[in-house]
Design a protein around this ligand. Sequence first.
Ligand code: G6P
Length: 607
Amino acid sequence: MCGIIGYTGTNQAAPILLKGLERLEYRGYDSSGIAVINEKIDLIKSAGKIKVLEQKTDGGKKLSGVIGIGHTRWATHGVPSDVNSHPHLSADGNFAIVHNGIIENFAELRAELSSKGYKFKSDTDSEVIAQLIQYYYDGDMISALCTVMSKIVGSYAVGIISTYSPDSVYAIRKDNPLVIGLGANENFIASDFAAALEYTHNFVQLGDGEIAKLTSRSALFFDAHGNRMEKTPYRVDWDISQAEKGGYPHFMLKEIYEQPRALTDTVRPRVKNSEIILDKIAFDARNVNLIDKIDIIGCGSAYHAGIVGKSFIEKYCRIRVNCVLASEYIYSDPITDNRTLTLIISQSGETADTLAALRLAKKMGAHTIAIVNVVESPIAREAHDVLYTHAGPEIAVATTKGYTTQVAALYLIGLKIAKIKHTVSDARYSEMLDELINLPQKVEQILNDTDSVKSYAAKYSSQHCVFFIGRGTDYAASLEGALKLKEISYIHAEAYAAGELKHGTISLVEKGTVTLALITQSALYNKMLSNVKAVQSRNGTVLAIASQANIAIEDNSDGMLTIPDCDDDLTPILTAVVLQLFAYYVAAERGCDIDKPRNLAKSVTVE
Ligand code: G6P
């Protein structure tokens, strides 16, 4: 995720900005840059590591001045390159900005400003902010920033400097974190505490729609209408490593909690007036009607996301879908051609087996769409089309937000195709789209109340073996739940289609064997009830994960966790979050190395 640092004080800004950027490196980035005011704005930026920026700036010595902003970029719009790196300058060079987040209406704003003669240098959504500030500036920065905030739609934390206000750093934010660090004769803006913790422990949280104006000796705050407001500072006693994890004990938990934001970024920018616009992917009646089969290919959790996608797409699009493990696909002599749409799923975009499968599918004539998180990764570059999930960097080896955003991306693709093919009614389409848009809030509800999941995790943490069962889309979700548990807690965990239990697995159920039963499919409630009873009658223990419509299962199970009310077809994202938390707390209870489980790698670039 991008990182922001801004400084105003009495020391040279550039070395402090570079140090701050190093502190933000853990967030993942592909380029960086700094801008400092020295009468005009001097700016140096570069694709690649911060070391390159340090060399380019001679450790900061090439930029003189005591006010500046810096940024580490994780590409979302536009490839990682010098020109797409932040800061971005306005056309007249009098304003520079750094931005975290996504400006959803950047294309409209850019077209509007271009028609007024503004020239854009980068492919980013962010540059439009600098140009807009120039456009609306009439001598009063606060008023210009209020107007800009009223024009931009999306999520943002923005740091701004201007030659018209050469003693100040400004900041605005909405739905993207930004803190203000208050030092002695120096003040900071930062996307997280880690960047400024070396200089101060006193912080102010900038709220949604608020503006900060910092000089070396003052910190003023304004609401979205430009009215002054008071903010109370608080002390943060974290060390740097705690700060990097945002106060969470592990990156995995931090990333679990980032899911409402990540899912919002996957879905919201792609829904405009009830229409799904999948970036540059040209889905229209002609090419959609040519598809007679969809292959979904991935490894690990990406493959599990594909299985969820398969049942959704088949149901709504009435197209046959094969979900295939990449490592199997490449040696399977696949049946594919130009009427096969191939969805290649990969968080990292560089998994060797998945890349090999993509190349084979392309060679055989299939049209390929990559669903990828890392921008400009090999899979993103080589596929015919790409749909980025915008989950942001994942540091924990076990994927969480990577997986749920892949599922969300598949829902978007499924609904888009179904609408074009008229295999979904308009009413059902709107209903599902609304549900999808509201999912992040429901994830938030789960994350706000984790006491029960913690207590069941503690209760079952000494198990040697845990089974997961479900039917339909719950079976698909069970696969990922079991993988999460085995990856990080080292408990043997297996998922079974509930109806298959009686064909073998039931022989392993004995007194105390724990089975997690996913029950979110109302039409299959009675079938699941029978499976639950079958486990219990062998003295097994059943923990149900149920949707609101199915909470009656509580009377027939040994415990229950629930998900918020949700359409049955979209429950896997919610059950995934519950199961991620369950796996996390079990592993924490067992004292496991959660972020770096033994023998596993985040990105597997060997076959
Ligand atoms: C590794 C990771 C998994 C991931 C899989 C596929 O095994 O540990 O979390 O699901 O690779 O990775 P990808 O980056 O292609 O999604």
